[in-house]
Each structure stands twice: as C-alpha cells, then as structure tokens.
Design a protein around this ligand. Structure first.
Ligand code: NAI
Ligand code: MG
Length: 367
C-alpha cells in the first residue's frame, strides 16, 4: 500500500521572544515535530521570528516593517513570552504581544485549567477532576483598550486616564463565543463574571448583553458573579464552576489565580483566537518571561505543550492533540516534573520524557 497520499500541512510561526520564552517554545517545537512524525497524516512547517526585546533594543521596533503581513501568511502562531528587565513592561507588551492580538482581532482569549494527574493543588480538598475550568477572557477592548492619556506631565497636578471601552459588538461576540464554549463541554454551564454594582456603565451593558445572548442557548445553564466574590468561589467551591467569561482585566487576574489553584503557572495555556478565522490565531503559555529562572534549564515546558495541543485542536488535529495531552499527563503522573511542581527534572528531561511517551502511545495504537 502506498503511504497516505494527501498530507495536511500547517504552517506555524514561532516567536519565542524573551526570557524563558525561547526555551519553552523550542521544547514545544521538539514535541510537535515528534508528534507529526509519529502521526504521519499531517505535517507542521515552522518559521521562526526573532522578534524580542533584544531586537527592540537594537532597532527600536519589536515587529519589523511588514512583519504583520508576513505573520498573516501562517495558519497559527506559537508564542513564548515578552518582557525584559531593562525595557518597561508596557512598552514590551504593547510592542509585541498586543501589537499582534489587536490588529488580528484575536478577541477571544481561552484559558483552560485543570489539576493534572500526579500534581497537587494548594487547595486541601481539591484533587484531579475537582477543578476543570475554561476561562474565556475578552481580549480586544475593555480595560486594556489602550484609551486614555497623560496631561501636565511631571507637574504635581499631573493626570492620567485609563478608559475602559465596552462596545455592544465587542461584548456580544465574546459572550456568544463563551456560551458556545460552554455548550461544547459536558456540563454546559457558564458563569458570567461582572462588577456591575460599582461599574455602572460598561458592566451593566455587559450584563444586559449576557442576558440577551443567553436566550439563544436554552441548553446552557448560566449564573452571574461579582468578580470579588468570584475569587472566594474559586477557592472555596471549585467544583461548582465550569466555563467562565470575564472582561480583559478581570479574567487576566482570575486566570493567574486559576493556574495557581491548579498547581502552577507553569502548566497553564492560552489561546488568542480570531473565531472568524480571518486572521491566524496565537497560542502561548500563560506565564511571562520569568527572568529569575531564564537560562537555567528549569522552566516547566508543560504550559507550552498544553498550548501546542490547543493549537492542534484549532487546526483540526483533535486526535493528535488528545494524544499529546495524554502523554504529558502520563509524564507528570510518573513524577517527571519540574521544580515548580515539586519535582527535580529540567526542561529537557520533561521534553524528552513526553517524546518517549508519545512513541509508546503511537506504538500502542498501532497494535
Ligand atoms: P512570570 O510568569 O514571568 O513569573 C512569575 C513566577 O512564576 C516567577 O517566579 C517564575 O519563575 C515562575 N514561572 C513562570 N513561568 C514558569 C515556568 N514555565 N516554569 C517554572 N516557573 C515559572 O511573571 P512576572 O515575573 O510577573 O513577569 C516577568 C515578565 O514577563 C514581565 O516583563 C512581564 O511583563 C512579562 N509577562 C509577559 C507575558 C506574556 O508575554 N504573555 C505574560 C505575563 C508576564
Ligand atoms: Mg496576565
């Protein structure tokens, strides 16, 4: 028999950027190459972009002229993290990450969290299976719309405004996406996070739109939580939550809490999606560039592996994505874990263990 005639090929842009970003992206590429080779029905072509704070310091730009047009040609982007000790964080974030997310209208930021087998939650009563959430974060406007300014610079009466923007269009498309996400999960349950008691304009619009959109999803149960009370519910009653939708700022904070409650920020993934698929979507671990551990070979690559798996789902490679996650979890269960998860293994050891586990998984499925 001839080998498979038509192979699906996906073109992936990689941007490791700063700190541990390149270390974990390289680990992700190693695992993805192994997965594609073993699977054989699809292939991945990688193109690396050296956009980083180093490049910014040399040229004054994170993204060279014409860079976004280049990026647009790919099917997806695998991103590390941006941020360097000698560049202000608002310059690096707006210069690279947001400079991709915003023009590409990646308005839905999806952040799943769960307790992996073989890992421990800091919550005394939560075990594997007790905390299994997907946080959907608004990713194009809200508190991070970039509206505002500074006047009377340097004067004692200097003023700065940071204006949160909520458009009916922006809120509706995101809340609709969140209901769709909840609908695809077994529990079909969505919690809408708000702060409409104190923020009486944008957040009231947010609540109104949620009630309207909910009517189109009669099979999805939903409830509403004020963001401050939500932090208590996440800690005290994690089993009561499933899919969660929140604004750009609220979900930014809640999702770091979620990652910590699941065991470590080193395992949590993010997808920045353009659900219209007009632009490529971007996939990244939730964590930052972690200067304190850069270059030491100890960064946990699991967040990037889960991110890679989410990317494969988006590209239509669900089977391969599932195999990858099963292999990662088999490795954490066996105790091959980095320091943040209480283990002793380095980045490369975990990466090699996942590659070996994949080999076993494919041998098993060919029997
Ligand atoms: P961080 O996530 O880089 O680090 C927080 C703590 O978690 C550190 O102790 C770090 O060692 C640890 N950690 C993070 N990822 C880990 C991993 N994979 N394995 C093991 N330990 C890990 O957050 P921080 O320190 O607030 O920010 C550092 C820089 O990263 C800043 O410049 C910030 O602006 C940037 N940043 C960038 C993000 C992005 O590009 N998406 C997201 C968050 C922060
Ligand atoms: Mg954050």
């Amino acid at each position: 028999m001839s080998p498979i005639a038509t192979q699906r090929i996906h073109s992936i842009a990689t941007i490791g950027a700063d700190g541990i970003g390149p270390e974990v992206v390289n680990a992700g590429v190693q695992v993805l190459r192994q997965l594609a080779k073993l699977d054989g029905t699809f292939d991945l072509e990688f193109k690396d972009y050296d956009w980083s704070s180093e490049l910014y310091k040399k040229t004054g730009q994170y993204i060279p002229d014409g860079g976004l047009e280049e990026l647009r040609k790919h099917d997806a982007i695998l991103f590390g993290a941006v941020g360097a000790p000698d560049v202000p964080d608002h310059i690096s974030l707006w210069g690279l990450r947001l400079a991709i997310c915003q023009p590409f209208q990646q308005f839905a930021n999806v952040r799943p969290t769960k307790i992996f087998r073989g890992t421990e939650s800091p919550l005394r009563k939560a075990e594997h299976g007790d905390l299994d959430w997907v946080i959907v974060r608004e990713n194009s406007e809200g508190e991070y719309a970039g509206q505002g300014g500074r006047s009377h610079r340097g004067q004692p009466w200097e003023v700065a405004t940071e204006v949160a923007i909520f458009t009916r269009h922006g809120v509706e498309r995101l809340i609709r996406f969140a209901f769709e996400t909840a609908q695809k999960r077994p529990r079909k349950f969505l919690t809408v996070v708000t702060k409409s008691n104190a923020q009486r304009n944008g957040m009231v619009l947010w609540d109104e739109v949620a009630s309207e959109v909910a009517k189109d999803f009669p099979d999805v149960k939903w409830d509403k939580m004020l963001v401050d009370a939500m932090t208590c519910r996440m800690v005290l009653d994690p089993k009561s939550l499933d899919t969660i939708v929140a604004t750009n700022l609220h979900a930014d904070i809640l999702s770091d809490l979620a990652a910590a409650l699941a065991g470590s920020i080193g395992i949590a993934p993010t997808s920045n999606l353009d659900p219209t698929r007009k632009n490529p979507s971007m996939f990244e671990p939730i964590h930052g560039s972690a200067f304190d551990i850069t270059g030491k070979g100890v960064a946990n690559p699991v967040a990037t592996f889960w991110t890679a798996s989410e990317m494969l789902v988006w590209l239509g490679e669900e089977e391969a994505a599932k195999k990858l996650m099963e292999s990662v979890e088999a490795v954490t269960e066996r105790g091959v874990r980095t320091r943040d998860l209480g283990g002793k293994a380095g980045t490369q050891e975990v990466t090699d263990a996942v590659c070996a586990e994949l080999e076993k998984a494919f041998k098993g499925s060919r029997k």
